[in-house]
Design a protein around this ligand. Structure first.
Ligand code: NDP
Length: 277
């Protein structure tokens, strides 16, 4: 008897730029699974209806991207621990009448740093720039790796303070010094890993960071991918190692694939083929 093809999708607005269909189809080909994976544009005020229509069409799961990760959290009937702590969902599983919400962004970032870029976080000093959904979604996964210090900074510093208050209990449980520093004062401190989780590059805006924050021994990571940002250019000019967020994108997709299919796909060849794309 032939196995029924399972259907999946990524939902966002806009969605035309999404690489998720390409990534999941590559994983399916490599693992020999027969799946459909489409990109679906949801009207901004219709996310809930879009999801219920997809469930009625017997979709097995969906990825969720901007700007619906918070709404997906509200819609889910149960949550993984990472989704519950981030209060945001990027992966949905539809099982019977349950909608299970997961967040794989943090796992994706940490795997890219540690496995692909050989940058281990234990006992390291990390600076995380940004206090939007992407920043909040990765903090718990980084704390789990027990860096010695995690410093948060953001243009609107009050948002970093809110996140620090929320995450402090977890930081204490992993014995991590979680603190907030104004962006202008970051260059007075030493960091092993500096992560740009802002969307500043989308509008070609500068972060107004002192380039002295970068140095030869540090990794400067930008969650953005697809073009070299001024953040990456500045870090390179100071001799830092650099990486964009393509590996994070592929690794978070691999974790979603594992949640749905219980198979871990190979990621390195997919990252390489997307780099060449
Ligand atoms: P949000 O809109 O939730 O947050 C945006 C953040 O960027 C805020 O901290 C905001 O600061 C800051 N920001 C925006 N413009 C500027 C500017 N001109 N100067 C300084 N700071 C600025 O977005 P997300 O957190 O969801 O996404 C952030 C980035 O991460 C995006 O580029 C996204 O593509 C990327 N991303 C990559 C992933 C991957 O797999 N590689 C996964 C998820 C996200 P303020 O609070 O002051 O407004």
């Amino acid at each position: 008897m032939t196995e029924l093809k399972k259907n999946f999708a990524v939902i966002g607005n806009p969605i035309h730029h999404s690489l998720s269909p390409q990534i999941h189809r590559a994983f399916a080909k490599e693992t020999g699974l027969h799946i459909e994976y489409e990109a679906i544009l949801s009207p901004l005020d219709e996310f809930k209806n879009t999801i219920h229509q997809l469930i009625a069409q017997k979709l097995s799961g969906a990825n969720v991207t901007l700007p619906f990760k918070k709404e997906a959290f509200q819609l889910a009937t149960s949550h993984s621990s990472h989704a519950r702590i981030a209060e945001a969902v990027n992966t949905l599983e539809f099982k019977d009448d349950q909608i299970i919400g997961h967040n794989t962004d943090g796992i994706g970032l940490v795997r890219d740093l540690e496995q692909n870029l050989d940058t281990h976080l234990k006992n390291k000093k990390i600076l995380l720039i940004g206090a939007g959904g992407a920043a909040e979604g990765v903090i718990y996964s980084m704390l789990e790796k027990k860096p010695s210090e995690l410093t948060l900074t953001n243009r609107t510093i009050e948002k970093s303070n809110v996140i620090q208050n929320k995450m402090d209990v977890h930081a204490k449980s992993f014995d991590v010094n979680l603190k907030v520093t104004e962006i202008a004062k970051c260059s007075h401190q030493y960091f092993d890993v500096i992560i740009n989780a802002t969307s500043a590059s989308l509008s070609n805006a500068e972060l107004h960071m002192d380039p002295k924050v970068f140095h030869e021994g540090c990794l400067a990571y930008d969650m953005m991918y697809g073009k070299e940002t001024s953040y990456i250019r500045e870090a390179k000019s100071q001799g830092s190692k650099t990486s964009d967020g393509l590996g994070m994108l592929v690794e978070q997709a691999a974790e979603a694939f594992f949640i749905w299919h219980h198979i871990k796909p190979q990621t390195k060849s997919v990252i390489e083929s997307l780099k060449a794309f």
